[in-house]
Every structure is written in structure tokens, then in C-alpha cells.
Design a binder for this molecule. Structure first.
Ligand code: ADP
Length: 161
């Protein structure tokens, strides 16, 4: 059984993330989307909210599970018996950081490799921070976030963002 993990902050999940989840789920028997909660970014949504958004928007995709973790990704991969870490790559600016992370994770756990999926062109500039910024300033995020969570995201960001 080929198990992969797709880590991120998902604060909140965007159509760019879902595109990667859809495509990665077709490559593995099981894809665990894992909300990492030890990242330095200050999230707006709680880990539980982020997991709930992910659950609702991926429930129709076969082989996808949602989890959260705070610690070393290499340890989490070992615990789950995962052979692969999936990451999405947008612009060249993502590359240096991701390259460093991939080499570090391989050093920490040589059994696990990192696989990069190129963004789809329409999501090239899409990030959770951009969604938060647009929503906070009253812009339209319909093209960027899943329809089933759009109004909740907007309401929450305008209230607490
Ligand atoms: P962000 O806050 O930048 O959206 P996350 O930590 O939530 O970042 O992202 C998790 C993973 O998803 C990372 O590997 C990131 O490169 C990837 N990703 C995020 N947005 C996109 C996108 N629009 N297209 C492809 N990959 C993406």
C-alpha cells in the first residue's frame, strides 16, 4: 500500500491545495493531508477548523484522510508508514525553501522521498495569505476557495482578521 502525506498550514484550504490533493490522490493508495501546527506563521483558523474545512471539501475524493501534527514531518511520515511527502510548487520562489526542506527530510528519514507537483496555471499565484487579504478588504474570493466553505471563510476573516 503506497501512502503519501501532504503537509501544510491550510489556513484556509484553497482551490490550489484541492487541485494538488485531487491529483496526488490519483497517484497513491492513501493520501493523508496533514495540518501542521508548529509552523511559524500565525494562523487565523484553529487546527480543528482547518481540518473541518479540509474534511468537507475532500469527502468525495477516494483515499484521502485528514489529520494534524505538531513535530517533525520525518517522524510523522515514519509513524504513518508513508513513503512519500507531496508538495505543491508554484513560482520559482517556492523552490529554494522546498529544496532545503526536501533534503532535510530525506536526511532525517531516508525511507521517505519528496515528490513535487507543479501548480495548475490558474492557481499559480494563489496562496492562503492572498485569500485572507482579499477577503479582509471586501474582495471576491469565489475563484480561489471551495464554494462550500466560502461564506464561512469570509465571515470569519472579516470578524477576526
Ligand atoms: P500557503 O499558505 O502558501 O497556501 P500551505 O502551507 O498551506 O501554504 O501550503 C501547503 C502546500 O501546498 C505547499 O507545498 C504549497 O507549496 C502548496 N500549495 C499552496 N498553494 C498552492 C497552489 N496554488 N498551487 C500549488 N501548490 C500550492
Amino acid at each position: 500500500m503506497k501512502i503519501a502525506i501532504y503537509p501544510g498550514s491550510f489556513d484556509p484550504v484553497t482551490l490550489g491545495h484541492l487541485d494538488i490533493i485531487n491529483r496526488a490522490s490519483a497517484l497513491f493508495d492513501k493520501l493523508i493531508v496533514v495540518v501542521m501546527h508548529n509552523v511559524s506563521k500565525k494562523p487565523i483558523f484553529s487546527v480543528e477548523e482547518r481540518k473541518e474545512f479540509l474534511r468537507r471539501t475532500t469527502k468525495h475524493i477516494k483515499g484521502v484522510e485528514i489529520d494534524s501534527f505538531g513535530g517533525l514531518l520525518a517522524d510523522y511520515a515514519a509513524k504513518q508508514g508513508a513513503c512519500t511527502i507531496v508538495k505543491g510548487l508554484r513560482a520559482v520562489s517556492d523552490f529554494e525553501y522546498e529544496f532545503q526542506m526536501a533534503l532535510t527530510n530525506r536526511k532525517l528519514n531516508p525511507e521517505v522521498d519528496t515528490v513535487f507537483l507543479m501548480t495548475s496555471a490558474e492557481y499559480m499565484y494563489l496562496s492562503s495569505s492572498m485569500v485572507k487579504d482579499i477577503a479582509l478588504h471586501g474582495g471576491n474570493v469565489a475563484d480561489f476557495v471551495p464554494a462550500e466553505i466560502e461564506s464561512e471563510i469570509i465571515a470569519r476573516i472579516r470578524k477576526d482578521g
